[in-house]
Ligand binder design. Structure first.
Ligand code: ADP
Ligand code: MG
Length: 571
């Protein structure tokens, strides 16, 4: 009954595969991390599914991962008895790359230099496809929990793969790699060697919560001590210790980094690691990470929030939205709560007062960690901060609108473009520090781009007087800056508004004196009429020094960030 069908890889998938086959990533060992990570996820899922669906026919007594080696045939199999995949899932998850941002990534890869390629791919994380770095053929046999027929998927990493039904497949997934020849100079180790496998598992996957087993041959004395005999014994390769539950002094940075990669599916190290242990009536431990790069879908509707919820060491859910405010949706990590029920639902979480308190506390921890980087004397920390803000600043600023309680904390860590420097942003503290005696406001001008703002006629007087003006080009800026925000007692003041006071004597507003008004009344009337389809109003202004006119634009289309904010605000 095994009639194999041949399918074509989707174009994007094919391109990624080609990159993998020609291995732009120098550390080939990481293929095993990716496969183990997938197996571990599959075990998490089957455990959860069996708790939620009591009728599901699935055996969860001995959930584990098995490494099976065959040095003669040069194969390595990573087997799990987890959730498995249906035939459609195999086609959908492995034959195509549905993730948003793929097209963008491939565009970038095309124009990137070879050396930047691995960097870009790291940003994306190719997961399963990394198998093709070390294998010239990959076979997946899988059966979804609760289904009777399994599926075999096979590919040589070229344009096509085959797919067939397998009537007698065990539940879970077995990924078999037909390994390329060993070439240690090229980072291709012998992945059928127990020592090599042990080393890689310890390095990358020690913390996984499920046992990773391998049959190991051991030479031992026979019972009478007369001869030696070889016995084969199962060995568990990983310690399975939950990282967040171990004292900080016992965990190395490398271990934290690998854990981060497992939960985030990122290939790059995190920028910063944060730990939190709350005791008392509602006890929890949290291990949080700031990624070093923004995911490509940060501002799309599908953007996920990355915090995982565990209850007493048991994985409960991914992307737990209730644990992190939306403007910190890029934060990854784990929260392990002691006092929740194992079958806690999203609905319960949404209503729980303790959870809300936890979210506030976690958000505070993140903001204060970033504040620590801003204020640090260490240039390394300052660099981290700059990276952080360049990647996530726009996202964090949403919080200025959606989380008024945290507004001050966010303004403390915010940086903005300014007329002072074309390539360096300024924090508000630095701006205020530079304010000359007598300047009462923090001046800003909003616009679509730095260039447009700089060219704005409103800028003329400020430029000629040498007054520093913040250049706000994110759409979200328009929403908070206008709403009575203050920093260190200074209010924000748009230089496009009438009340601007540069010489200490307030210009009343845009209005000119009566005589001038009268003189131009006819012209204005004509302009209003003629431009009625284009502009709402035409007024006289006395603030322009060289330009004859300027336009105060209405807001354009809503960007995804604004749509998101409005949604959060319930509008
Ligand atoms: P990611 O893990 O980041 O989602 P991968 O390329 O590693 O991306 O895997 C793609 C998808 O294939 C996974 O999300 C999962 O749904 C499915 N998958 C991969 N390996 C397994 C497995 N061992 N068991 C069940 N599903 C798997
Ligand atoms: Mg994966």
């Amino acid at each position: 009954s095994e009639q194999a069908e041949t399918h074509e890889f989707q174009a994007e998938a094919r391109q990624l595969l080609r990159l993998m086959v020609h291995s732009i990533y120098s550390d080939k060992d990481v293929f095993l991390r990716e496969l183990l990570s997938n197996a571990s996820d599959a075990l998490d899922k089957v455990r959860l599914e069996s708790m939620v669906d009591k009728d599901l026919e699935v055996d969860t007594d001995d959930l584990h991962i098995q490494l099976e080696r065959d040095p003669a045939a040069r194969t390595l199999t990573v087997r799990d008895n987890g959730i498995g995949m249906s035939r459609d899932e195999v086609v959908g998850l492995i034959g195509t790359i549905a993730r948003s941002g793929t097209a963008e990534l491939l565009e970038k890869l095309k124009s990137a230099q070879e050396a930047q390629g691995s960097d870009l791919i790291g940003q994306f994380g190719v997961g399963f496809y990394s198998a093709f770095m070390v294998a010239d053929k990959v076979t997946v046999v899988t059966r979804k929990a609760g289904e009777t027929v399994g599926t075999r998927w096979e590919s040589e990493g070229e344009a096509t793969y085959t797919i067939a039904d397998v009537p007698d497949a065990p539940q879970g997934t077995a990924v078999t790699l037909h390994l390329k020849p060993v070439d240690t100079d090229d980072g291709m180790h012998d992945y059928t060697d127990t020592g090599v496998l042990r080393r890689i598992v310890t390095r990358y996957s020690d913390f996984l919560a499920w046992p990773i087993r391998m049959e190991v041959e051991r030479v031992q004395q026979s019972e009478d001590g007369e001869s030696e005999e070889t016995v084969v014994e199962p060995e568990t390769l990983n310690s399975m210790k939950a990282l967040w539950a171990r004292p900080r002094s016992e965990v190395t940075d490398a271990e934290y980094n690998e854990f981060y990669k497992h939960i985030s599916h990122d290939w790059a190290d995190p920028l910063e690691t944060m730990r939190l242990h709350a005791e008392g009536t509602f006890e929890y431990q949290a291990l949080l990470f700031l990624p070093s790069r923004a995911p490509m879908d940060l501002f799309t509707r599908e953007a996920k929030r990355g915090v995982q919820l565990y209850v007493k060491r048991v994985f409960i859910m991914d992307d737990c939205e209730e644990l992190m405010p939306e403007y910190l949706r890029f934060v990854k990590g784990v929260v392990d709560a002691q006092d929740l029920s194992l079958n806690v639902s999203r609905e319960i979480l949404q209503q729980d007062r303790q959870i809300r308190a936890m979210r506030r506390r976690l958000a505070k921890k993140v903001l204060s960690t970033v504040a620590g980087l801003v204020k640090s004397e260490e240039s390394e920390d300052r660099d981290k901060y700059r990276t952080f803000w360049s990647q996530f600043g726009t996202c964090v600023k949403e919080g200025l609108v959606t989380d008024p309680d945290s507004r001050q904390d966010i303004l403390e860590i915010a940086s903005f473009d300014s007329t002072r420097s074309a390539d360096e942003q300024t924090t508000l503290a630095e701006y205020v520090e530079r304010m000359p005696e007598g300047q009462e406001h923090i001046y800003y001008l909003t616009g679509k781009s730095r260039e447009m703002v700089e060219k704005s006629p409103h800028m003329e007087a400020f430029t000629s007087k040498g007054v520093e003006v913040l250049i706000l080009t994110d759409q979200v800026d328009e929403m908070w800056v206008d709403s009575g925000a203050e920093f260190q007692g200074k209010t924000f003041r748009s230089i496009a508004k009438g009340e601007v006071d540069l010489d200490g004597n307030d210009e009343a507003d845009d209005s000119a004196d009566e005589a001038t008004k009268e003189q131009f009344a006819g012209l204005l009337e004509w302009l209003r009429e003629t431009l009625s389809d284009e502009v709402k109003d035409v007024r006289l202004s006395s603030r322009l020094t060289t330009s004859p006119a300027c336009i105060v634009g209405d807001e354009g289309d809503l960007s995804p960030e604004l749509v998101r904010i409005y949604r959060q605000l319930g509008q």
